[in-house]
Write a protein that binds this ligand. Structure first.
Ligand SMILES: [Zn+2]
Length: 454
């Protein structure tokens, strides 16, 4: 029998598919030296007792206490790491004003590496403490500070996908916060890609460079073209914002006479490794293009409530075959928790289905079949995020990484209302989804390494 690095025993919840939640009651999870789940053993399997007798009582055997459960680590597909410094502020103004009055000034401060270090150390630790084991980050336009963010993810044990942001259009960006010019933006991006690829060679859980045009309005056509070429040359991830708000959507229509999706595609920016934030205003042809190219949507439900002027028809896009994950969109979204975003995704979809204007008759008020369930939102936060990134993450199954959060439902300050000894596990799962707080997250593991405990 294999020599495992760790064996964990306990009850876990993992998505088999969008609709199907898999409950693995009192299973053994056998982890190898690469931090992968090599074997999952059910109590009825013949190996179960043999493994228990071999490992029980040893230092690398971990049994969950009563009231504790495993969940896959969350995959946050959209975080602006520098904006952690302004989370929770200025959510009462429109996107264009929010960017120019608050966001660009704060991001410009990341030319100062000591300021960057302070905020980036904090945001990575905070996300880990909230159960986020993989994060797709926008940094800022500054190459050095962007590399620093990747280094901090590497050091703290988080799987970080990091982008140096490109904003090279002087007509659409402030003098104090933009790339010097298009050529510099592309050279800096290429040097950033090479630096992060070099760093990645010694990082167990992986760090990845991401080609990151902020969004079409802040980039020149030459810049976008060059970034598409760099992504192809180095086979990198790509991230940007797509069809987020009325303003952003209309801006691209006026500039290119087409929607964001087709404009980005023209520049080579929609690929299997592309993740586009928001996408509320995709039409059916845009969604089909996403499905064909393997481009994923990062749905950011809290942020959307403030800046997107709409609720995304998520169920419709998923039915069309588009990959979807969840994003916190710090700080367009105020919360570093994907639990909070799971909740908002469900609530927003219910409001889309029912409609929100009571002056309208019920049959004209909403969008039929728009709701998603909490199981589906959990899928987007875990397995859906993994599929969006084409990485073996987000599920507790063989050949996936051991990226988990241990939820303790018995913490005195955040005890979940579980009273009956035989309460159905699916009910306990729902209570965790709706009521879990950071206090309940006792341990977080990434790629077989413990990265957070409380
Ligand atoms: Zn964003």
């Amino acid at each position: 029998m294999s020599n495992y690095t760790h064996i964990f025993q306990g009850t876990a919840f993992s998505s088999n598919s969008l609709k199907e939640l898999h409950i693995l009651e009192n299973h053994l999870f056998c982890i190898n030296a690469e931090g992968m789940i090599e074997k999952v053993v059910a109590p009825a399997d013949e190996d179960y007792d043999t493994l228990l007798s071999m490992y029980e009582g040893k230092e690398n055997f971990h049994r969950l206490a009563k009231g504790q459960y495993f969940l896959p680590g969350f995959v946050d597909l959209h975080v602006h790491a520098p904006q952690w410094a302004q989370s929770g502020t200025a959510l009462d103004i429109p996107l264009f004003d929010w960017l120019n009055t608050y966001t660009f000034p704060i991001e410009s401060k990341f030319s100062d590496l000591s300021f960057a270090k302070m905020v980036y150390e904090d945001v990575v630790s905070t996300l880990l403490a909230n159960g986020t084991t993989t994060a797709l980050y926008f940094a800022t336009v500054h190459k050095e500070a962007s590399i620093l963010l990747a280094e901090i993810c590497a050091k703290k044990g988080q799987r970080g996908l990091v982008g140096k942001v490109v904003m090279d259009d002087p007509e659409q960006t402030p003098t104090y916060y933009r790339d010097a010019d298009t050529k510099t933006a592309l050279v800096d991006t290429e040097e950033f890609i090479l630096a992060v690829k070099e760093l990645a060679k010694s990082v167990k859980q992986g760090v990845y460079p991401v080609v990151t045009p902020r969004f079409i309005p802040s980039c020149t056509s030459e810049g976008l073209q060059g970034l598409g070429e760099l992504a192809a040359k180095y086979d990198t991830y790509i991230q940007s914002h797509c069809s987020e708000s009325d303003w952003a959507h209309q801006y691209v229509q006026e500039r290119y006479g087409k929607n964001d999706a087709f404009a980005l595609h023209d520049f080579g920016l929609l690929r299997e490794k592309s993740v586009m934030a928001h996408c509320n205003f995709l039409d059916d042809a845009d969604a089909d293009l996403f499905a064909q190219t393997g481009t994923a949507i990062s749905h950011c439900p809290i942020s959307n409530a403030y800046f997107a002027n709409s609720v995304i028809p998520l169920a419709h896009f998923h039915a069309k075959g588009v990959e979807i994950g969840l994003g916190s969109d710090i700080s367009g979204g105020f919360s570093p928790s994907l639990f909070d975003n799971i909740r908002q995704a469900v609530m927003s979809s219910r409001m889309l289905e029912d409609g929100v204007n009571p002056a309208l008759p019920a049959n004209e008020r909403g969008v039929p079949n728009a709701r998603i369930t909490v199981n589906e939102a959990f899928y987007f936060a875990t397995a859906g995020g993994g599929e969006s990134l084409s990485l073996p993450i987000g599920r507790l199954a063989e050949n996936y990484t051991w990226d988990v959060q241990v939820i303790d439902t018995t913490i005195p300050s955040a005890r979940l209302p579980i009273y009956e000894a035989n309460e159905p596990l699916h009910d306990i799962f729902q209570k965790m989804m709706y009521l879990a707080r950071p206090e309940n997250i006792r341990e977080v593991w990434v790629q077989g390494e413990k990265v957070h405990s409380r």
